[in-house]
Write a protein that binds this ligand. Sequence first.
Ligand SMILES: [Zn+2]
Length: 73
Amino acid sequence: MSRLLFLFAVIVAVYWLLKTYRKQSPKQDAPATSSEDMVRCAQCGVHLPKSEAIQSSGNLFCSEAHRREYESR
Ligand SMILES: [Zn+2]
C-alpha cells in the first residue's frame, strides 16, 4: 500500500513539474524576444534591433557602410 502511495506521489510530482515547466518556459521566452531594444542608425535614422546594429564609439549603425560614412564626416 505504501508503495502505491509512493508511486502516486512520484506521478503527481512529475506531472506538477511538467506543468510548471510548460507554464514557465513561454513566459521566460516572451520577454527575451519582445524586450529586444530597437536602436536608431546614427547615419540614416533607420530603426533596427540592437543585436543587428553595429556599435562604434557610442553610436549605433545599421550597416558597416553607414558607420564608415558617419565617421568620415
Ligand atoms: Zn543607416
